[in-house]
Design a protein around this ligand. Structure first.
Ligand SMILES: Cc1cc2nc3c(=O)[nH]c(=O)nc-3n(C[C@H](O)[C@H](O)[C@H](O)COP(=O)(O)OP(=O)(O)OC[C@H]3O[C@@H](n4cnc5c(N)ncnc54)[C@H](O)[C@@H]3O)c2cc1C
Length: 392
């Protein structure tokens, strides 16, 4: 065999798994479609990732945290959920949880860059960049991967980390729930006059959702969600007009806004694979669970999935066991399903509740916020989840 583990996709999930296996007695290959220069110095993509304390712990353990530029790490002290013109806000903050920020925001491209640096010189790793996968064949002994350039690689365990529209998942014959939401999300760094005080707001207004995620200084990541046709118009605006549009849509709460970095638009779709494992194969990251970004958990769950799989594989390899044993893969699937399914279902429920424009739904979300704002235990439970410090 060419290696024991072949990982398809060198995004955050694939690279962090490769790094997690650095000390395992295994040869690992990562196949990434983009050229190596593009993953060594990833382009800014507008995404600001709200990291849970568990994810921060994992990135520290992988050696990636210290490689992040300190001035690009922004504290998020409190999160508030607002509904239309309702006076009730659901607020999550850290008092009673040992203080410190609720979460830290880091640009996605910086995390990818740091993860690449952690694996760049890894002795047990081969990185094949600039080529995709043409075909896959698995049996009880091994997984064979035919690359687009004609080479064939063989491994005991194949891991798909090739995004929520995973082609590898399809090639393995694993189905998925795929919900195309007909909405698009624009992410755009803005400078503004007002002080956000480290507070993130998620404002579900009629026909639009606007989130403001606090960045260092008087800057925020503006996240605007609209039906895809309405977004097409906004996507064509020049910077000055877009700044004015965002100021108006946010009703001037942070004063005048100006565009600070190019806007990026993502069509929204959520995905959930029917299985996270098959013969000699496993799915991690978005290939397993593609979350709606509204609750900011996709990256965090992806990091958790790779950590769960890496632990099981490393333990098996160290005791001379089978790293693709059906029982091991079933255990991975069950653990990650338990970690992800409730969050996935709750996020989709929230999205449905807050984007439904019928009068009944408006009343329901008003009532939810009203009740939620008076339920300190529920708020504390969600805050505790964000503050969780244990690495898996
Ligand atoms: C606007 C936005 C904001 C977000 N904010 C947050 C947040 O605040 N918190 C959070 O936790 N999550 C957030 N997310 C989600 C997070 O960005 C994703 O969950 C995360 O990027 C998934 O990582 P991944 O490695 O699984 O997949 P990806 O990042 O999609 O990487 C997949 C990689 O596989 C490669 N690839 C694809 N196909 C092939 C192939 N056939 N062969 C070889 N290589 C292939 C691709 O080139 C890519 O490098 C956000 C997402 C969006 C869109």
């Amino acid at each position: 065999m060419d290696s024991e583990v072949v990982i398809i996709g060198g995004g955050p999930a694939g690279l962090s798994l490769a790094r997690s296996l650095a000390d395992a007695p295994l040869r690992v290959t990562v196949i990434e479609r983009q050229p190596e220069a593009a993953i060594a110095a990833p382009a800014y993509d507008g995404r600001e990732i709200a990291l849970t304390h568990r994810s921060i712990g994992t990135l520290k353990a992988l050696g990636a945290w210290n490689l992040l530029p300190a001035d690009e790490i922004s504290p998020l002290n409190e999160a508030r959920v607002l509904n239309g013109a309702s006076p009730f806000a659901l607020s999550f903050e850290t008092s009673g949880h040992g203080g410190g920020p609720l979460s830290l925001m880091v640009p996605n491209h910086r995390i990818r860059e740091a993860l690449y640096q952690t694996v760049a010189e890894q002795p047990n790793l081969t990185l094949l960049a600039g080529t995709g996968v043409a075909a896959i064949r698995t049996d009880a002994q091994s997984a064979d991967v035919t690359l687009e350039d004609g080479r064939v690689l063989s491994a005991r365990l194949l891991v798909a980390a090739d995004s929520r529209f995973s082609r590898v998942r399809e090639q393995l014959g694993i189905g998925a729930e795929i919900n195309r939401l007909g909405r698009s999300m624009m992410v755009c760094r803005v400078r503004h006059e007002g002080d956000h005080q480290g507070v993130a707001t998620e404002w579900f207004d009629h026909h639009q959702t606007v989130a403001m995620l606090p960045l260092n200084g008087r800057r925020s990541s503006a996240v605007l969600t609209l039906p895809t046709e309405a977004m097409a118009r906004i996507g064509g605006l020049d910077d000055a007009t877009l700044g004015a549009e965002l100021t108006r849509r946010y009703q001037g709460r942070l004063g005048r806004m100006e565009v600070d970095a190019p806007a990026h638009i993502y069509p929204l779709a959520t995905t959930y694979a029917r299985h996270f494992a098959a013969t000699c194969a496993a799915l991690i990251g978005d290939a397993a669970v593609g979350m709606h970004p509204v609750t900011a958990h996709g990256f965090n769950l992806g990091l958790q999935s790779q950590a769960t799989l890496a632990q099981l594989v490393t333990d098996a390899a160290r005791r001379g066991g089978d790293i693709a044993a059906p029982a091991l893969l079933r255990r991975y699937e069950l653990t990650h399903r338990l970690a992800s399914r409730p969050l996935y279902a709750a996020t989709n429920f929230l999205v449905r509740l807050y984007t439904d424009e019928r009068p009944g739904a408006r009343l329901a979300r008003h009532a939810t916020l009203r009740v939620g704002s008076r339920l300190p235990l529920a708020r504390q439970a969600i805050t505790a989840m964000l503050m969780q410090r244990r690495t898996p």
